[in-house]
Design a protein around this ligand. Structure first.
Ligand code: DAT
Ligand code: MG
Length: 152
């Protein structure tokens, strides 16, 4: 078991639909800890850096247009195996295939409006976190309840 940090973006569609609280709540209830959080309107330059791996794909322009279309919420979550745990709570990329009980499985119908981003590896998580938060903005702190979630 490894304590990790991972980047979550609550995308413009989820903000517009009033799902910010619902989504944060799912990660909190799981036991993950918020260590950084802000709302921002991504510009094209940041969107292209964040999604650089998808440059050249057929959906890239549509993806950049969508993610820059309206404000989103960026969060760093910390906890045991946080990268994989967050991806499992999010569900498959295409909400039509996402298992009910996951965020995309419960709230989405369209791959281009799939509500949320989660880093897909520890290496990508650290790069993505740096894009959104300077190191001093990550707040390490202990919670009394952590020992009841991950042990001493
Ligand atoms: P994920 O967000 O599950 O990590 P990804 O990294 O493969 O998925 O793709 C990034 C985003 O791009 C995804 O959340 C939605 C969009 N996307 C992916 N495949 C797509 C497709 N076939 N058509 C339209 N948008 C797509
Ligand atoms: Mg991805």
């Amino acid at each position: 078991m490894k304590i990790q940090q991972t980047l979550v973006l609550i995308k413009p569609d989820a903000v517009q639909r009033g799902l910010v609280g619902e989504i944060i709540s799912r990660f909190e209830r799981k036991g993950l800890k918020v260590v950084a959080l802000k709302m921002l309107h991504m510009d094209e330059a940041l969107a292209k850096r964040h999604y650089a791996i998808h440059e050249g794909k057929s959906f890239f322009a549509q993806l950049v247009a969508f993610i820059t279309s309206s404000p989103l919420v960026a969060i760093v979550f910390e906890g045991a195996e946080a990268v994989e745990v967050v991806r499992r709570l999010i569900g498959e990329t295409n909400p039509l295939q996402a298992t009910p009980g996951t965020i995309r499985g419960d709230f989405g119908l369209d791959v281009g409006h799939n509500l949320i981003h989660g880093s897909d590896s520890e290496e990508n998580a650290s790069g993505e976190i740096e894009l959104f938060f300077s190191p001093g903005k990550l707040l390490g702190y202990q919670r009394e309840v952590d020992k009841w979630i991950t042990g001493p």
